[in-house]
Write a protein that binds this ligand. Structure first.
Ligand code: ACM
Length: 503
């Protein structure tokens, strides 16, 4: 060591030691060291052209609370500050990253931009919880502990479904939830866009679907729908945060709102009345109707054209009153339409009985035999078993509302399960998804209350290796994570299973 450096090392006060970070989801490997790194007015985020978007998002996220300029500079080789290194030759899994905090710099490296983005999400959790504030916070040192992390997800599909059909949630609220999903390294947003009580996406070739079918919701409120521009804006906002939107158009059941919009979709020739009740009626399409096949192809064609993601979810659940052979023929036809659009079909587990051609995804919610059938036919599973993953279920007897047909789903129920059913292989399962049905969820407060913190538990089930997961450890980390959710003004359910730490 040159003499000057030696002298400086001896005279520079050592940075403060900070407690080991409590991260959600837990990283695969972490080793903490001594000392800390502190963001200040001179801190620069170094990036290159390909990592620029991730660097900009990080700077934009941190500026409001810290009040620091956090300039983004395109000079990835520079020393000091925060450095984002995108290197496709790195020996890391997809979406993985390394994060090294030294006393004088921070380096986040990944082989893809998703990995870099997740590295920045972890970095944000290393900071004090106040860093998540959207307004200026005074008197806080923006320090992170010296630490070394290597991390990557267990599953490629880490999702949340939000039912915007029973009650409509607009673009602003959905963008807020997308930010929360991204914070937890979730990467799929499944939008349940159509159901008996509402049609929520504009279809230019069938405009009354949105105008009539989107005009109300459960309870008779005014409903709403995404214009195609709104939908594209949501898809883009999600994509910037490495979240793929999976649109669901639920056929052949749950189609009442469509039948209320167009007479020609009904055998009587007359539209049915709009339905605003809470219960599932699952009105089926009139499958042999002369307009129906063209209608389905038009809708799926427009939705596919607006959707850059690989998957179109066609529902397929609870097709009551549809003969099994008609159901199978319809699903096979749906798959042909979706494939012609260059997309992969996804559906609820009932599609497992249909002779579909792989690749396809079956979302297991109710009947594991259906899910196993789907795997036998070459499909892969998205695991959403209601007793662990249905977010409309009541948390516990102390919660004020929620369904109970699949039992109560407290945080530990959302955490203590494995997405791979006994006897199936890891390769049969692409991942998991928490599903938020919205018959009773009509406000931001209720949405927050049902989604959080259970989605944080799902995020860890989806991300962290199963042998590394342990409820008591998660419970402790989640308690601290509550402070971040508090700062973000998330109205999460303060389950008594967790000792919450508030800022
Ligand atoms: C469902 O809950 N009907 C998929």
């Amino acid at each position: 060591m040159p003499l000057l450096s030696l002298l400086l090392a001896c005279t520079t006060p050592k940075s403060e030691d900070l407690p080991a970070p409590l991260l959600v989801p837990a990283p695969v490997w972490m080793e903490d060291g001594e000392g800390s790194y502190t963001l200040d007015g001179d801190t620069i985020i170094h990036a290159d052209a390909d990592s620029r978007a991730v660097a900009d998002l990080l700077a934009e996220a941190l500026r409001p609370a810290t009040g620091l300029p956090l300039e983004v500079a395109l000079d990835s080789a520079a020393e000091g500050g925060l450095r984002l290194e995108l290197d496709p030759s790195l020996d890391l899994p997809a979406e993985g990253y390394t994060l090294d905090v030294f006393e004088d710099s921070v380096v986040i490296a990944a082989r893809d931009t998703a990995g870099l983005f997740y590295g920045t999400q972890t970095f944000r959790q290393l900071l004090p919880p106040e860093a998540w504030s959207g307004t200026a916070v005074e008197g806080t040192a923006w320090s992170v502990p010296v630490v070394s992390i290597e991390d990557s997800p267990r599953f490629a599909w880490r999702g949340a479904m939000i039912d915007v059909a029973r009650h409509f949630f607009g673009v602003e609220e959905m963008e807020r939830q997308i930010d929360l999903l991204a914070m937890h390294k979730l990467n799929r947003l499944h939008l349940h866009l159509t159901d008996d009580q509402g049609w929520r996406i504009e279809i230019l070739s069938w405009p009354l679907l949105a105008e009539v079918g989107g005009s109300t919701q459960v309870g008779g409120g005014e409903g709403g729908y995404y214009t195609q521009g709104d939908y594209v804006a949501l898809v883009d906002y999600a994509a910037e945060r490495h979240i793929t939107v999976v649109p669901e158009i639920d056929f052949p059941g749950h189609a009442h709102a469509a039948l209320a919009s167009y007479g020609e979709l009904n055998e009587s020739g007359t539209p049915v009345d709009l339905y605003t009740g809470e219960g599932v009626i699952s009105t089926p399409l009139w499958l042999e109707g002369p307009a129906t096949a063209g209608f389905v192809a038009d809708v799926l064609g427009e939705v596919a054209a607006l959707t850059p993601g690989e998957w179109i979810h066609v529902g397929g659940d609870e097709a009551v009153g549809v003969a099994p052979e008609d159901y199978a023929a319809f699903l096979v036809e749906m798959q042909a339409v979706v494939s012609a659009e260059g997309k992969t079909l996804a559906g609820w587990d009932e599609i497992g009985v249909v002779p579909l051609a792989p690749p396809f995804l079956a979302q297991h919610w109710f009947d594991e035999a259906n899910a196993r059938d789907a795997v036998t036919r070459g499909g892969q599973l998205v695991a959403s078993p209601a007793e662990h993953a249905y977010l409309d279920m009541e948390h516990d007897t102390a919660a004020d509302y929620g369904q109970i047909w699949a039992g109560r789903v407290n945080v530990q129920d959302a955490y203590d399960w494995d997405p791979v059913p006994a006897g199936l292989d890891e390769a049969d399962v692409v991942g998991l998804e928490g599903a938020m049905w919205a018959e009773f969820i009509d406000s931001r407060e209720r949405l927050d209350f049902m989604l959080w913190p259970r989605l944080a538990a799902h995020a860890e089930v989806g991300w962290s290796a199963s042998e590394a997961r342990e409820w008591e450890d998660f419970r402790t980390r989640l308690g601290s994570h509550g402070a971040r959710l508090d700062v973000l003004d998330v109205g999460y359910y303060q389950s008594r299973q967790v000792d919450w730490v508030h800022p």
